[in-house]
Design a protein around this ligand. Structure first.
Ligand code: PEP
Length: 253
């Protein structure tokens, strides 16, 4: 039985005050949830503050997710942050291959794979994002696109590496647009991803959590999370409102 996971991706949002308020709200609202695993993803600048707040507010049930990392452990890489640095701050998860990074920061499949490996080398759990554009979906290429993105990581890291990873299906056309994939559309791609991994390693395929991202909100979370291959959500906009995010977490509990 895979434990459901809900991750809030705060993207480049939040002041120190907002981080405090959001953590207080999520911590209080989610305190009694026993089944679901919850992670919050503040900016890299706010990771230390978030770690301190979770500890001081008795919210150790909230895991920390970083939104990005650089593949090298240290060196002359101005502006970057490494996996060992994140690990030192108590970070549990790190998002790699988010479509905003692939599109806006020209991250290639190879760069994503390098980040994936670097995360695991420091004991972090990578959340590998895959997803197709609207044009690719309309061409009927959704499965091919996500499988190619997944295969780039399998080639670099090996199928067994997915045992300590999370996969996130995030159709680009559903991110921040208010357009959610229907539960059938999402389930179909999750099934394709799992069956693909099963061809190489059935244990990995059965164990890995595949979460869905793309305009998840309280109103659609229950139906998405009730699908056989959807093991939770990666939540952007709706994770910035404590009440809404907690309600999504309750749908997974
Ligand atoms: C995301 O960026 O990972 C995401 C899913 O965003 P939103 O929920 O706002 O669509």
């Amino acid at each position: 039985m895979r434990q459901k996971l809900v991750v809030g991706n705060w993207k480049m949002h939040g002041s120190r005050t907002q981080v405090r308020q959001l953590i207080e709200g999520v911590a209080a609202g989610s305190a009694g949830l026993a089944q679901v695993e919850i992670a919050i993803g503040p900016t890299l600048l706010h990771i230390g503050l978030a770690a301190e707040l979770c500890a001081s507010k008795g919210a150790n049930h909230l895991k920390l997710a970083a939104q990005n990392l650089f593949a090298e452990p240290e060196g002359a890489f101005t502006g970057e942050v490494s996996a060992p640095m994140l690990a030192e701050y108590g970070v549990n998860y790190v998002i790699v291959g988010h479509s905003e990074r692939r599109e806006l920061f020209a991250e290639t499949d190879q760069a994503v794979a390098a980040k994936f490996k670097a995360a695991q080398a420091s004991g972090l759990i990578p959340i590998l994002c895959v997803g197709e554009s609207l044009a690719q979906r309309e061409q009927g290429a959704s499965a091919d696109v996500v499988l190619a993105q997944l295969d780039a990581v399998i080639e670099a890291a090996g199928i067994e590496a997915l045992q300590s990873a999370v996969l996130a299906y995030e159709p680009i056309w559903a991110i921040g647009t208010g357009k959610t994939a229907s539960k059938e559309q999402a389930q179909e791609i999750h099934r394709v991803l799992r069956e693909h991994m099963a061809k190489s390693n059935a244990t990995v395929a059965q164990g890995i959590r595949i979460i869905y991202g793309g305009s998840v909100k309280a109103a659609n979370a229950t139906e998405l999370f009730s699908q056989a291959d959807i093991d939770g959500g990666l939540v952007g906009g709706a994770s910035l409102k404590a009440e809404e995010f907690v309600s999504i977490c309750k749908s997974a509990d």
